[in-house]
Structures are given as structure tokens and as C-alpha cells.
Design a binder for this molecule. Sequence first.
Ligand code: ADP
Length: 473
Amino acid sequence: MRIAVLSAEAVPYSKTGGLGDVAGALPKALKRIGEDSVLITPLYRQTKPEYLSHLAIDDLWVNWRGTSYRARVFYSEANGSPTFLIDAPEYFHRDSLYGYAEDYERFAFFNHAALVLIERIGAPPDIIHLNDWHCGFAAVEIASKRLWDDYWRNSRTVFSIHNLAYQGAFSAEELWKFGFSSEFARNAFLLNGHASAMKAGLAVSDILSTVSPRYSYEIQTPEEGYGLDGLLRQRSNRLIGITNGVDYDVWNPAADPVLPAQYNAQDLSGKLDCKKALLEQFSLPVDLEKPVFASITRLTSQKGIDLMMQTAGEILATGAYIVSLGSGAKEYEDFWQNLRDYAPRQVGVYRGYNEDLAHLIEAGADMFMMPSRFEPCGLNQMYSLRYGTIPIVRAVGGLDDTVENFDRVRNTGNGFKFSEYEADKFLEKIYEALFAYHESDAWRRLQRNGMTIDNSWENAARKYVKLYEMAKK
Ligand code: ADP
């Protein structure tokens, strides 16, 4: 099958969160299992030039808002699959990937340019795999073109929801500027008087998917549906959840070049060296007996930071360390900073984004906290499992699908899981985890249970191929 994957971000070219990890890894995994896949993504100022192999197209003429825009296209295989990066400086050479008032226009352009590029590079793809609201525009363009343009007649679209909370809403008055003036297109975009790129993708794509099975059910409820639950219920026979994989080329403690010592499920001794390095990195006193609780996340309310705020005092009272890596909302950044000032010998805080530190934390920590309000899939809990760091999570979305609560009688499970969004419930699991931590047999069992799970992308990619086959029917 010929598959084109479109994404607003993809590792290693760009990343702000899980979408980047997925979009980088899936095309590589598809290629490994024998599919013909290409990735198309914007070229940002943040994309490191050393990842670009060569200029593939110097003059990609894109009809855009009444003029002809000349974009360039670079080629790379830095993520392990053929990748085309669309270079339109006006739209993508900025201080950050997202967060601009005209983001909808930037990605509408990206989508249209990507389809122009696809037509230019060869035969039509069987599947165009679109990701999140940034790609809703292409879903509508393809669905419209299929009616009159032979090139697109047999192409089918798969639209993956990585996070329904971000919808790409904008004024419906703008639609015509991007060529979406037909009744079909307007109906696809319209949601409560606005245009929503997410809604458009969900309304017209041939198959819909979410990044975990549980999330596919959660978003069909009014509580988690962001006004789209009705549409999702209507299309539920076309909606399937596939849990993200882990790129073990990147996240593997047995071969991670960032770590001071490598380790595996049979021999975990290197993990202690990582813990020492982690404490040193944060200028904390090195007491290897004391557990390290960790958090790596975008600091948004989605991630349950307020539960961490309500329990941090109790955790510190047990003598444990807490380390946090992340940036985002000011109130949460201030919380971490204040916590560090309050207990500078127990708390390490890094405000910002740092890949290498994320690896060292996964390796050096003992427990990983993810008490999310909602979590479409979540990757850090899966990285934690592979690194022998025990996840303490709330039973929502992909967290519920990937973490099994520890059962000390049967010796099953790989982490700790609670349900209600309440600090007391989270704290109960923290104490349970601490209890297990001090029983080395139980702890080793927990670590091994997690480290030996196979969450590889190859498994997930095979499920996507089945989905693509469904879309072709
Ligand atoms: P989301 O996509 O909602 O942010 P995920 O758990 O799916 O959450 O993916 C988050 C990804 O971003 C993980 O790979 C995580 O390691 C990474 N990440 C988040 N914040 C940071 C940070 N401050 N520094 C480095 N990596 C980060």
C-alpha cells in the first residue's frame, strides 16, 4: 500500500509532545513491516539543518489565497522513513511551533501544499493518514476532489485523534479564503457557528482512530467529547482505538547513549548509577536509599498538576525526592519553583524542554507520576515501564490501557492506578508504591513486569495496516 502520513510535528524534525513521537515513529514502523510510506511535515526554524538530506523541490507552486506561493521541499530519512519537509518561511520559521492567532491559516496552507506535493511526486497514495486538527483541511480537500479529480478518486483518508481538546477553531468567515466555499465543505467545518478543523476531519474522513482504545470510548461522552461526542457516536462504527507504540530505538535503557550506565530487566545495577547522576544533575544530596518521584510533562491542567500540588507536601514528609521537568502555565511553573525553594535538598526542577534530561529522569527515577485528568494515550508511562520506573497513574485513556495495578498476592501488574480525580486517592497509591519500594523483592517484580512488556511500534503499525485496509473497502 502507498501511504502518506501528514503531521504538524514529527521526531526528530520537530516535537512539542506525543504527536511528534508518534508521527516520527509510525512511518518508520510501517516501512519496516514492508509498507510504502512517506511522511510530510513542515520545516520549522526549530528543525535541525543536519537532519535535512537535500533540497528535493525548489519550486513547489501552491495556489494560495489568490496568489501563487513558491514553497521549497527538503528530503530526509532521519526518522528512518522517506520524509518531505515543506519549507514556507513565512508560516513556519517562528519562535515556537504553535500558539499564533493564525495557526489555522498556517496549517491550512501546510495541508494544501502537502496535497500539491503528493500530486507532484508520483502515483496517488492509497491512504492519506491525517493527524489531529492540523490536518482536518486535507480531509475536506480530498473528500471534495475525489468527486471530480481522477488522481484522488481511489485515495482514502484515516484521521487520528491525538488530543480532542485542541480543535483548531476559527471564524467561519475565513473558510472561503482557503477554497472551502462549497456547501459540503462549510458543513464539514461548521460547529456551533465556528469553523473547527478537528470537526471537519472527523466528519469527512473514511476512518477515524484514537491513540488508545479507552480514549475512543471516553470521547463519545459529553464530559470528554468537547461538543463532538454526538458526531463521534454517529460515526462510532468507523472509530477505532490503537495504543501508541514506543520507539525502542530511542527509548531503550540497554542502549541509551544519554545514560551514564546502561541496564536491562536481567541486570538493573546500572539504574543506580543513573539515579546518582540524576541527583547530581539537580545538585541534590546523593542518598540512593531514598526514592525519587518524577514528572515530565507539559504543564497544563490536563496533566493533573493540581493533584501533585496537593500531595507534594506529604511526599516530601516521607523523605523522598521529587524531580520535575516541564514548562507551561505560569501557576504550575511557580508551584514547582516554590516547592524547590521550600525543600532545596529534596526537590529538583528544570523549567523548559530538554530531551536528554527526559531520558536521564526516566532512567534515574524510581516512580513516575501521571495523575492526568484525561490522557489520549500518554507516552511517558510507557517509557517509564521500559526504564524500570514505576508509573503511578490515573485510570483514564491510554494510562488505563497500558498500566496494570500491582497485585502483591499474584505478583502481577506493573504500576499503581487510581480512579477518582482526588488527591486522597492519588496519595493512597503513592503510599502503596512507597511500601512496595521498601520491599526489594516486590519492587524487582514490578520493575521486571514493566520492563518486559512489548509496546513496540511494529505491533501498533500492523494494527494501522488493518485500519488502512478497512478504509479501502
Ligand atoms: P502529550 O502529547 O500530551 O504532551 P505524551 O505523554 O503523549 O503527552 O507525550 C509527551 C512527550 O513529550 C514525551 O515524549 C515526553 O517525554 C515529552 N516531553 C514533555 N515535556 C517535555 C520536556 N519538558 N522536556 C522533554 N521532553 C518532554
